[in-house]
Design a protein around this ligand. Sequence first.
Ligand code: FEO
Ligand code: CA
Ligand code: CA
Length: 626
Amino acid sequence: MKDVDTYDLSWDEWDELQRPAAEKTDFDDVVEAAISRRGFLSGVVAFGSGAAVMGTGLLSGTSAEAQTASRFGFTPIPIATDGTVHVPEGYTWQPVAKWGQPLFSDAEEFSQEIGVSVASSDRVFGENTDGMEAFMVGNRQVIAVNHEYVNTKVNLPHTGGETTSADDVLILQNMQGVTVMEVAEGPDGWDIVVDSDLNRRITHNTPMTIAGPAAGHDLMKTSADPEGVLTLGTINNCGAGKTPWGTYLTCEENFNGYFGSSDPDFALPEGYGRYGIGLEGRYGYEKFDPRFDVSQNPNEPHRLGYIVEIDPSDASSTPIKHTALGRFKHENAATVIAPDGRVVVYMGDDERGEFMYKYVSNGVYTPGGPTSALLDDGQLYVAKFNNDLTGQWVALTPEATGMDEAEIAIFTRTAASAVGATTMDRPEWVAVNPVAVEGYCCLTNNRNRGVKPNAGGDDTSINGPNPRAENNYGQIVRWYPSNDDHGTDTFTWDLYVMAGNPTVHDDKYGGSSNINEGNLFNSPDGMMFDSTGLLWIQTDGNDSNEDGFAGMGNNQMLAGDPSTGQIERFLTGPKGSEVTGLTWSADRRTMFVGIQHPAAPFPDGEGMLPRSTIIAVKRDDGAMVG
Ligand code: FEO
Ligand code: CA
Ligand code: CA
């Protein structure tokens, strides 16, 4: 989602006003150790120290050592500030699916003037593409993809963006959620297979089952669902994941903003504050759909903020909300099988001062064996990072939290605070290396640490993996599970990269040693490994290209080598867009990339509306991409 901060007190002003002197400590020693522990390019200082150092060649990736070690199948590209997508020489891109494009032949074509009609709104590709995964169903290729949020002005042009009727609300509800679509490559490239029996829209109104510890709890019951086991819709679907058994995991992020109250004096129930649920919804749903009116349905918000499993091979299947994976602002889900067969799911909660989580199933996965309980019966953990570069996954048990299992599932943030989890700089995507036992999490930025009280967590303290007071640039933390086992509850950690700008700063805001003039970026967000173990990093940050962000250009996608730390730029997005969502065709010769909320008239050109789009990127020689 477009990353906007409105508070303007500087860190120094806040620091002077608010923080006790004892806390005014930089974590330089910790960070220096965290950055150097795994042998990045040797002999390089830990922090960038200005343009002079950048000119040595060692940091710019042009040294003999770096070239020998390079495993990038592309020539890095410069930044861009224009309105289109750029990829390296020898690669080409084309649009595959655009906001409003029909999935079924009975849907009307997208109109520049009216956007999408209410009748067609659940028969077309939704807006603001985000996390996605590709699946094989027989010999057919299917992409499941999220539609995170809507721009009301373009979806409701007849009202100027106001929701004035139940139909207006319905259009917005239908343009979000998830698309499942068959895609195929023909002579003119990739396209949606219109009318495929696998095509499906899942919206804010699709029935889904509630499973896991919170199912049937009193806090989950509503007048429409007195049993607390069947709910409608999945909302603000951000990142994604997939299971080893071929299902899609969609992650509900900023669900809080969809609720409001028709009664301005309604006393908000306990538990709303920590999740930021208030009296006025961002889209006015509550005015026309009582489900989103908390004064009428105070338990409805408890039924969102989960991870939902969708079977892409059956368009009539009922999605399942897995409450054992916790309720928070879920970013994505990175799933891996531990050596003993248990299923491990790593997850981030994208809010300043919130936490990183891990779920471990009680049962084991066997290919072709039963899977139905694997995401409902298990243990949820939260991460604690120590400044000596060790860490623990702390189990959220009734004994440790003083809460019962259903309460832990519903008020997960409160449970995690009770065990002293480490506050983080906005955990975005988590990724697990397929060729080494290690995990990564993008900590996108924290521009207003402590200035704007967050939903209830404490983000005033800097700590080892979040070492910069005013963190405009973000960092990627990496952890190494003990005994090379993702199922264990201890790990060691380091920082894979601290983004920064060494052309502007000569301190830790210059970034770690693998940041140089040739690969500047800020706010890492989307992140996926390819099957060879190359780490693809997508950004959602400040694209002003000015001041501290000079030389970074539009949002972009880079590739990182986990072992050398080398990072190179592969793709730049159009002005105003966020690059988010990444998956591959079955033969790995096509990479699908999501372009969310472009501000320029992308991809159709001058005079046309900007449209959020999935693009396909291929090598001209037909070789594999990543
Ligand atoms: Fe939807 Fe945290 O990004
Ligand atoms: Ca994101
Ligand atoms: Ca973001």
